[in-house]
Design a protein around this ligand. Structure first.
Ligand SMILES: [Cu+2]
Length: 497
């Protein structure tokens, strides 16, 4: 059916064309061919000029109307140090190509008008002109060279890696269908090693947890924060398909390629708050953010920097959006302190933990800090209940009073605390749960308390400052109704006397 219609259309159009041809021939015969030619040439020329004016006006008006969408102008200022360089390059290129664009269009239509057919004029043929050749080869060559040299210069600035002794923060962005896994290095400032073979449901990045650099690494699942004025190096990777790490306001855009890590270095120069304050100056950003709520917040108030994926990576592509907040160094430090290490909060002590039987340096440091803080508040407190502290990180071989080797760190903390408060006297109390014989439990708890006391006196603490007690199951801290609660009741604690 469609084919038939097309054939009929073609036939009809051919008939119309033939008819038009006949009519033109007839008018030419009536008017005289020369006159008809002069007329049509004149009209063609004039219409060319009219088209040129309308067209160039449209170009200028649309450029004016959309000026706020142009890079580096209006509300779309770059928020990074190198962003200005890129915007400036676009602008200079636009100026040069804009001038050429306007001049060539004026020339094109003017020539069509000026040299329209006339019986008094004969076309002159120029086969070759060296001077003209030189001009229209050399001028574009010089302009192009200038643009390219500037471009290379900008490329080198934008793509430069960090220097060895430079102050910067390195983060890692791994693209996957469909989100960005953002990793921060933790307090050591170093991102831990990865091995794709270690990837599992619990270990999405394949972090190698035998590498101590991984222990404090943070995986940020909500908004990302970065400090203003500090160089940021982003390691960019992908787990499945091609993604693209795109921070439009910072003019950062880099492919995330599976199996081939890339990077981008940039320095944010405007905080989110500063950028909002700039947007506030533009009327379009003073419109309500939610059109259904005209009295609600304005668009500038709700503005956020965005991390997007700029590669069409699949049907959930749009959901790779993340919010980035640029804040002062102090605010950043505050936020950073609140972030939990992925390893310590999700992996530590579980089956996936390759260091299950070891006590880590960072844990030893943290426990020492906690112990001395708890000791201080126990000493200063006037409330009797606050005077008892549980030795959380000591252990005994099953059914015996032999301390496990990992207990020494906590016991050393106790020694340190007793040295720090030489006037303090303590009672070391052993406790068990209610399983087994009560008498045996009491004996075992007494022996365990004595083992702790022995460790402490062996390290120079005067035995006159200590007393031990075996309470067995007589002082539970929780009902003995679950494994968890029974574990709470099996404890060694000390009380400041
Ligand atoms: Cu993507």
């Amino acid at each position: 059916m469609t084919g038939l219609i097309i054939i009929i259309c073609i036939i009809l159009i051919s008939i119309v064309l033939v008819q038009i041809g006949k009519i033109t021939e007839l008018t030419a015969q009536i008017k005289g061919e020369r006159e008809a030619l002069r007329d049509s040439s004149k009209w063609n020329g004039l219409l060319s000029m009219a088209f040129m004016v309308v067209f160039l006006l449209a170009v200028v008006i649309s450029a004016w109307m959309y000026k706020n969408q142009m890079l580096g102008y209006g509300p779309h200022q770059a928020a990074s140090e190198h962003g200005g360089v890129l915007d400036n390059m676009f602008f200079v290129t636009l100026v040069f190509t804009g001038i050429v664009f306007i001049l060539t269009h004026i020339a094109l239509f003017w020539f069509a008008y000026k040299y329209r057919w006339s019986e008094n004029r004969k076309a002159e043929f120029i086969a070759h002109d060296n001077r003209l050749e030189v001009i229209w080869t050399a001028v574009p060559a010089v302009v192009m060279t200038l643009l390219v040299v500037r471009g290379l210069n900008a490329w080198n600035t934008v793509m430069a890696d960090v220097g060895e002794d430079e102050d910067y923060i390195e983060i890692e962005a791994t693209g996957q269908q469909f989100n960005w896994i953002i990793r921060y290095p933790g307090q050591d400032g170093k991102i831990g090693a990865r091995d794709f073979k270690l990837t599992s449901a619990a270990n999405q990045l394949g972090q190698d947890f035998t590498d101590s650099k991984n222990w404090d690494d943070v995986i940020v699942s909500q908004e990302m924060y970065l400090p203003v004025g500090k160089k940021v190096r982003v390691r960019i990777q992908a787990k499945d398909v091609l993604h693209n790490f795109y921070l439009p306001q910072f003019r950062v855009k880099m492919d995330a390629v599976p199996g081939m890590p890339t990077y981008f270095v940039f320095t944010p120069i405007k905080t989110t708050t500063e950028y909002r304050a700039e947007l506030r100056k533009y009327p379009e950003y003073n419109e309500p953010y939610d059109l259904a709520d005209p009295t609600g917040p304005k668009r500038w108030e709700k503005f956020e920097y965005e991390l997007a994926c700029a590669e069409l990576c699949g049907k959930g592509h749009y959901s790779m959006k993340r919010i980035l907040r640029i804040v002062s160094q102090e605010e950043f430090d505050e936020w950073y302190r609140q972030q939990e290490s992925y390893y310590l909060s999700q992996i530590r002590g579980k089956d996936e933990d390759p260091n299950k039987d070891k006590v880590l340096d960072i844990e030893i440091q943290q426990r020492a800090k906690d112990f001395s803080a708890n000791m201080q508040s126990a000493v200063e407190s006037t409330n009797a209940a606050d005077k008892t502290l549980v030795l959380n990180h000591i252990g005994f071989e099953t059914g015996s009073a032999t301390l496990t080797s990992n207990s020494k760190y906590e016991l050393d903390n106790l020694v340190t605390a007793l040295n720090a408060y030489p006037q303090v006297r303590i009672e070391i109390g052993g406790h068990t749960d209610n399983t087994g014989d009560a008498d045996a439990n009491r004996t075992l708890s007494q022996q365990r308390a004595a083992a702790v006391a022995k460790y402490v006196t062996d390290r120079g603490i005067d035995s006159g400052r200590l007393r031990t007690a075996g309470y067995g199951d007589s002082k539970p801290v929780a009902p003995n109704d679950s494994d968890e609660n029974r574990a709470k009741n099996r404890r060694t604690e000390f009380t400041i006397l």
